[in-house]
Design a protein. Structure first.
Lengths: 250, 258
């Protein structure tokens, strides 16, 4: 990245903060929480003064995300490959999958709470539901875009189905697949946190809900910042995985 | 003595969305060890199907395909290597790793297969391109990588399906000379499918002319001439006229049916 780009980015960031600060002070500082109010709130939050049980909540949310994502990856890959390998099956189910993906997933959440209760299970289910579709659909799209000539060549050189899978299909679809895995992770995070905000007794989302409900807007903003860090960290983790995967196929 | 390759009364019909297509009807052909046999014929005459059967990728509906007396039931990379018209290089592999692909499937250790592939790059004219990816190579280079991939597994039989079809004429001629050189040094048996009279005459020990669909063997033309061949020599000029006469008839038929 060139120095100019970095410089512009820093200026933009400072500019935004300034506009936010001035704007919030001119309007209602309680509603618009200027940066100068957020900073002490973040300090309070991290020092465990505003929410002493933050680590437990954060830990719960991270565990929910991990479990939801693991289930989404397993089911997404499994069902995606099943649909992609079996043409009749795929043709029958593909459009249904795409249609379900198009439905705003949040409409399912009330049922999930009814099925799984107010605790972690419904959040995991929702994170799973959101993460599952992009992964399954990426597998379908990825396999469809593999150049069939490459499969012919590998077959002619004696590759058996397992070798075709590992040496041709996986690397050929890796780009699409990893894209889907990354989107899936982002959506699993969204699912768990939205689930917690919509109704829960514990987790980062429940704290956000609490702060917002009590009008502790500075604490609320600090919690949102923490969520942001969590999301960025998980995406950074995913991009690390992406690089690993690319090295593995090389 | 059994010939290395024997195709006995083979027929093949494809089912397409617009009905059944008879690709091959009653094709018989035998090819001896060390021959450079070219199959030429109009588009859609089933030339590629014949190669597909030899490579074990296509099964005949009737008849038999034998290699060294044994029926071909599937791909046999120990005996047969194929170069396709679409080279089908793996875009995520370097030229070197593409050449080494077949060896990798056979479980040849990494160091050894890289050495074998590396040794091939020199004669392929790709010495400085080992670490390049297919997208960084010209069309002729890509096809040479595909040929290298086929040569690397060092089979008795080399099947080539219009390998130079997508290249410009000058490159084709150079590639032909180069292939001839490889063939004479390795004494492999080559089955070469082409549309080009020039390639057929310059390279082959025998030219097989196929009819328009459904494909049959129309004529077999032995070419017992020394290499390198001059297209201006009296024999070749008359052979060329003869070959063109045979092919022209079939191409006209194929065109009127299309």
């Amino acid at each position: 990245m060139s120095v100019t780009v970095v410089a512009i980015r820093v200026l933009l960031f400072i500019g935004l903060l300034l506009v936010w600060e001035v704007g919030a002070r001119l309007a209602n500082p309680l509603l618009y929480v200027p940066p100068t109010a957020v900073v002490p709130a973040v300090r309070e939050l991290l020092a465990l003064r505003s929410y002493p049980d933050l680590p437990a909540h954060l830990g719960l949310t991270v565990r929910e995300i991990a479990l939801a994502y693991a289930l989404a990856v397993g089911a997404g890959l499994g069902i995606g490959f099943l649909l992609a390998m079996n043409k009749t099956f795929g043709r029958a189910w593909g459009p249904i999958l795409a249609a379900l993906y198009a439905v705003p997933a949040v409409v399912w959440y009330p049922s999930l709470m009814l099925f799984f209760g107010l605790d972690a299970a419904s959040k995991i289910a929702f994170g799973f539901l959101l993460g599952f579709f992009p992964i399954a659909l990426a597998v379908l799209a990825g396999i469809r875009q593999v150049n069939p000539q490459l499969v012919t060549v590998a077959t002619a050189f004696g590759a058996r189905p397992a070798a075709i899978f590992v040496k041709v299909l996986l690397p050929a679809m890796l780009f699409t697949l990893v894209g889907g895995l990354r989107t899936g992770l982002a959506l699993s995070v969204v699912g768990v946190i939205v689930g917690e905000i919509l109704g829960s007794r514990a987790g980062l989302g429940s704290l956000i809900n609490h702060a917002y409900g009590l009008f502790r807007t500075a604490d609320y903003a600090a919690l949102v910042l923490l969520t942001l860090v969590l999301v960025v960290a998980s995406d950074a983790g995913a991009s690390l995985l992406e690089r690993r995967a690319r090295r593995w196929t090389a | 003595m059994t010939p290395l390759i024997a195709i006995e009364r083979v027929a093949k019909r494809y089912l397409t969305s617009s009905g059944a297509v008879d690709a091959l009807a009653d094709v018989s052909l035998s090819v001896g060890d060390g021959e450079f046999c070219t199959i030429i014929g109009p588009s859609g005459c089933g030339k590629s199907t014949v190669l597909g059967m030899l490579g074990g990728l296509v099964q005949p509906d009737t008849g038999r395909v034998l290699i060294a007396g044994e029926a071909v039931t599937g791909p046999d990379p120990a005996r047969v290597a194929t170069v396709f018209q679409d080279p089908g290089l793996f875009p995520w592999r370097t030229a070197l790793d593409n050449v080494a692909f077949g060896l990798e499937l056979q479980g040849v250790p990494r160091e050894r297969r890289r050495r074998i592939a590396g040794d091939l790059l020199g004669p392929l004219g790709l010495k400085d391109f080992a670490a390049k990816y297919p997208r960084e190579l010209s069309g002729g280079m890509r096809q040479r990588v595909a040929i290298g991939r086929a040569l690397a597994i060092d089979t008795r039989i080399l099947l080539m399906d219009e390998p130079f079809g997508a290249l410009d004429e000058q490159t084709r001629m150079l590639m032909g000379d180069w292939l001839l050189d490889i063939w004479r040094r390795t004494s492999k048996t080559v089955i070469f499918v082409t549309h080009s009279l020039h390639e057929a005459l310059a390279l082959s020990t025998r030219v097989v002319v196929m009819t328009a669909r459904p494909g049959r063997v129309k004529t077999v033309l032995p070419l017992d001439l020394p290499y390198p061949r001059s297209m201006e020599s009296v024999e070749l000029v008359s052979l060329r006229a003869k070959l063109w006469h045979e092919i022209r008839e079939e191409s006209l038929r194929a065109m009127s049916e299309a």
